[in-house]
Design a protein around this ligand. Sequence first.
Ligand code: RP5
Length: 166
Amino acid sequence: MVQDTRPVAIIMGSTSDWPTMCCAAEILDELGVGHEDLIVSAHRTPDRLVDFAKTAEAKGYSVIIAGAGGAAHLPGMVASMTHLPVLGVPVQSKALSGMDSLLSIAQMPGGVPVGTLAIGEAGAKNAGIMAASILSLNDKGLADRLKAWRQKQTDAVVEAPPADQE
Ligand code: RP5
């Protein structure tokens, strides 16, 4: 489904985050939600970060998904410069398996929220679903697609494991 509008921005600290963050892009594609995918590094491209965060509303984004690993200050820094909802995805790091990313993103001081998802691909996928859920509050067509997607997921759960795998 080709989208005219791109209400979701998926940003990430490095191209090395894309194999994780593409899980957010894939589910948004499946749900028919347009998105822009951008590399914005808090420490390597700080000016790009400020420009992105300060112009996000004017550019028409409604939800921002921000993924980063290690000392993952990207989601919090973006949240500090926009009132738009920011969903943070802790990317699994090599050194600490993503615990560093998780705590960096989740432990925001009161007043500047980042909605933090699980570490890695599950978190990215859920960030995409959560973004669609937020947008569906004002989009009945999307709400219907989201409900249908959830029902399909439910219907796919079998009642017992296959007998040949005992
Ligand atoms: C973070 O450092 C990025 O979000 C990435 O998860 C991690 C490693 O980045 P690269 O060294 O692979 O560019 O900024």
